[in-house]
Design a protein around this ligand. Structure first.
Ligand code: TGC
Length: 399
């Protein structure tokens, strides 16, 4: 039997070591015990279970692929396998781990000073401290170069931040926010810098976005920065953080986790509908004995196998050296759209029963609407691939 379950019809199991499978199964055990019994209620009540954060720390999934300062130092493939197990539970849970680990901890790990790392990374690894990552704004989504949040340095060296960030995961829970702000001319990405902002700094205010139809067991927020005064040492000092490549390197890590995570949601949708099709009787026989049902299940299993192969190829490449943006875009683009297709098809096969929270596919499909959009929309990734293939950037209309 494959550790990836019944959807694995192409022998993916053989691609992973015993140690890698053990990581996946440990995370699956956590999801089975701590997430599955409660997720429908959390989703219905639009609650993120804050109390599981230290448990995620104990599980070793926060800052999972990074080393030093107490971080787990696992491989990219192990991190990917953990992400897909978490997202088989719920995308909101994997999003927590991505925002905390890949974005907030990733920014400090890649671009921070020794002092910033020592102050935040150990406590973020254990889940004692929560972080968020403020790049997107109400008027700057796919085009972060157009951000209007400013950081102004005063003669004494202090920085003062003003602006609004939107769609920021975890901000109302966070102890620290990585805020990207314009220090130069508006519209010039080269002036963008990152700041480590304790969320109890006067002038920092976070507000949860409510009435969401997706990611309901998760928190997305607006952040208001009104004259937030920070010492000179609050800026992420590394050369690697000068300009938009600073946040983009963090987005690469989060996008990598999504390549795997989306397949977890697809796999869980497949398992849910296969169980249902074996049980549910219509026209005197189980749904599973209808040819059209079998055709759908077959197509889903093949698509899931291809998605895992893509994730595996990119994961092994990441363990061997840096990934190109084109590789990440190919994986994020396709695994999200394949996963949402599978989740929607599974909901359809569940009939009317599929619209309740008793079954996971519609919850996964709704979550994947967000996953497909954040960390680069389909179009951003298509155009990143288009630029890679042609050498021509087509993000902005030609003038
Ligand atoms: P462009 O000129 O392409 O690049 C500017 C600088 O960045 C470098 N770069 C990268 N570096 C590392 N990894 C990548 N993937 C990179 N892509 C670009 C590039 O080499 C250049 O460096 P340098 O040294 O020359 O300055 O910049 P552009 O403005 O033309 O970018 C185009 C585009 C569309 C690809 C980019 O803007 C983009 O990726 N947009 C999508 C943004 C996005 O994914 N936003 C989601 C943000 S996450 C969030 O805030 C909330 S969701 C998470 C949560 O729940 O909190």
């Amino acid at each position: 039997d494959s550790f990836l379950g019944r959807a694995d019809v192409v022998g993916l199991d053989s691609l992973f070591s015993a140690e890698e499978k053990a990581v996946a199964l440990q995370v699956r055990g956590f999801v089975d015990e701590h997430i599955r019994p409660h997720i429908a209620r959390w989703y219905d009540d639009a609650v993120f279970p804050r109390e599981i954060v230290p448990e995620l720390g104990r599980l070793g999934v926060l800052g999972m692929p990074y080393e030093g300062h107490g971080m787990p130092g696992r491989s990219a493939v192990e991190y990917g396998l953990a992400a897909q197990e978490l997202e088989a539970g719920d995308s909101g849970l994997r999003t927590f781990v991505s925002v905390q680990g890949s974005l907030a901890m990733g920014a400090i790990h890649k671009h921070g000073s020794e002092e910033q790392k020592a102050q935040w990374l150990p406590r973020m690894t254990t889940g004692e401290a929560v972080g968020c990552f403020g790049l997107t704004e109400p008027g700057a989504g796919s085009d972060p170069a157009s951000m209007t949040t400013t950081a102004r340095q005063e003669p004494g060296g202090d920085w003062v931040l003003d602006g609004v960030k939107r769609w920021i995961g975890l901000a109302t829970l966070a102890d620290v926010a990585i805020i990207w702000a314009q220090t130069g001319e508006p519209g010039d990405g080269r002036g963008v810098r990152g700041f480590v902002v304790p969320t109890d700094t006067p002038g920092f205010r976070a507000e949860a976005i409510t009435q969401k139809l997706s990611m309901r067991a998760s928190v997305q927020c607006e952040i208001h920065l009104d004259g937030v005064r920070l010492p000179a040492s609050a800026m992420l000092p590394a050369d690697s953080a000068v300009g938009l490549k600073g946040p983009f390197q963090c987005l690469n890590e989060a996008r990598y986790g999504i390549i795997w995570g989306a397949m977890g949601a697809a796999r869980d949708s497949f398992d849910a509908v296969l169980d249902y099709a074996m049980e549910r009787q219509q026209f005197g026989v189980p749904l599973a004995s209808h040819q059209l049902t079998q055709a759908k299940l077959a197509d889903m299993a093949v698509a899931i196998g291809k998605g895992y192969l893509l994730a595996h190829q990119i994961g092994r490449a990441k363990d061997a050296g840096p990934l190109t943006p084109a590789m990440i875009s190919a994986g994020k683009l396709d695994n999200c759209r394949v996963a949402i297709g599978i989740a929607r098809e599974a909901r359809e096969m569940l009939g009317g029963n599929g619209i309740t929270l008793e079954h996971s596919p519609l919850r996964h499909a709704n979550n994947l609407e967000s996953v497909r959009t954040y960390e680069g929309t389909d179009e951003v990734h298509q155009l990143t691939l288009g630029r890679h293939l042609t050498g021509i950037g087509a993000f902005a209309p030609a003038r």
